[in-house]
Design a protein around this ligand. Structure first.
Ligand code: G3H
Ligand code: 13P
Ligand code: ZN
Length: 312
């Protein structure tokens, strides 16, 4: 089937108490690993592309790789989404260039300015049959070239969500409840805990409306150890506990973003391969196990965290 928007996916996910996985893609092996798992598990999927991914791989390559996945798996619903669109022009370029969903991330701007920019993107997107994710609240961590310190992050104010959604006309809303981008989400020795009170306050004010969680990698310690064992140095890398993500997926959270976990799986696997096979230099030989581990990690997320297996 052709690329789809997230409208139907989110409606079913909301009603069914599960979430759709939104995985970042940057190259062919990542697209293949994710979509092979989703096809086998019959899980609808959102493949998302950041500004950095477009700069690295080129818009056209990424669109064609994702379209190739829809040809390989004609039964699988796939949405192609712009992750953290920084401005109207980037969103427009993705809307014009084949994406079915875009995020406008004006969350670092004052409330009124966020509304104004989001509204402009929504108008253009909806005229072209594309849906829009917006964001209220600021996550800590690294997104593209922007780094937000933990002390500058802020939880979403639930009292703002209703006005924001109705004035912008956005189709889904990313909120900040304690997740953050990257592999260092919580200080070692502290107890990672999402603010479910903030989530529930938000969902009460916009019933039926799909909520999105960014920064939701769980940073599997198995892969952190693999990286560290084979020459890497990622001390204190900690993610969001998977049981908390599962709980979120049962609520109004319909989309959960995962990128760092796939990076870790790929990097750990490649480091291990090189350490064990110092004579090998064929990229296919080291990318093959990396792709296989991405696939198994995604399968685990679909079944044990998102609950979206069997929903396609
Ligand atoms: O939220 C950020 C995503 O993990 C994408 O990361 O901007 O390095 O491609 P990136
Ligand atoms: P992670 O860094 O936790 O994987 O978050 C990814 C993300 O939110 C992409 O927008
Ligand atoms: Zn994000």
């Amino acid at each position: 089937m052709p690329l789809v928007t997230t409208t139907e996916m989110f409606k079913k996910a909301y009603e069914g108490g599960y979430a759709i996985g939104a995985f970042n893609v940057n190259n062919m092996e990542i697209v293949q690993g994710i979509t092979e798992a989703c096809a086998e598990e019959k899980a609808p999927v959102i493949l998302q592309v950041s500004k950095g991914a477009r700069a690295y791989a080129n818009h056209n390559y990424l669109v064609k790789l994702v379209e190739a996945a829809t040809i390989c798996y004609p039964e699988l619903p796939v949405a192609l989404h712009l992750d953290h669109g920084p401005d109207f022009e980037t969103c427009k370029s993705c809307i014009d260039g084949g994406f079915t969903s875009v995020m406008i991330d004006a969350s670092s701007k004052p409330f009124e300015e966020n509304i104004e920019i989001t509204k402009k993107v929504v108008e253009y997107a909806h005229e072209h049959g594309v849906v829009v994710e917006a964001e209220l609240g600021t996550l800590a961590g690294v997104e593209d070239d922007v780094q937000v310190a933990a002390e500058d992050s802020s939880y979403t104010h639930p009292e703002q969500v209703e006005e924001f959604v109705s004035r912008t006309g956005c189709d889904s809303l990313a909120i900040a409840i304690g997740t953050s981008h990257g592999a260092y989400k919580f200080k070692p020795g502290t107890k990672p805990q999402l603010r479910f009170d903030v989530l529930h306050e938000c969902e009460k004010r916009i019933p039926g409306f799909p909520i999105v969680l960014h920064g939701s990698s769980s940073v599997p310690q198995e892969y952190v150890e693999m990286v560290n064992t084979y020459g890497g140095a990622m001390p204190g890398a900690i993610g969001v506990p998977e049981d908390q993500l599962r709980e979120a997926a049962r609520s109004a959270v319909c989309k959960i973003n995962i990128d760092s976990d796939l990076r870790l799986a790929m990097t750990g696997t490649i480091r291990k391969f090189f350490a064990e096979h110092p004579d090998k230099f064929d990229p296919r030989e080291y990318l093959k196990p990396a792709r296989a581990n991405i696939k198994e990690l995604v399968r685990h997320k679909l079944i044990d965290v998102l609950g979206c297996n069997g929903k396609a």
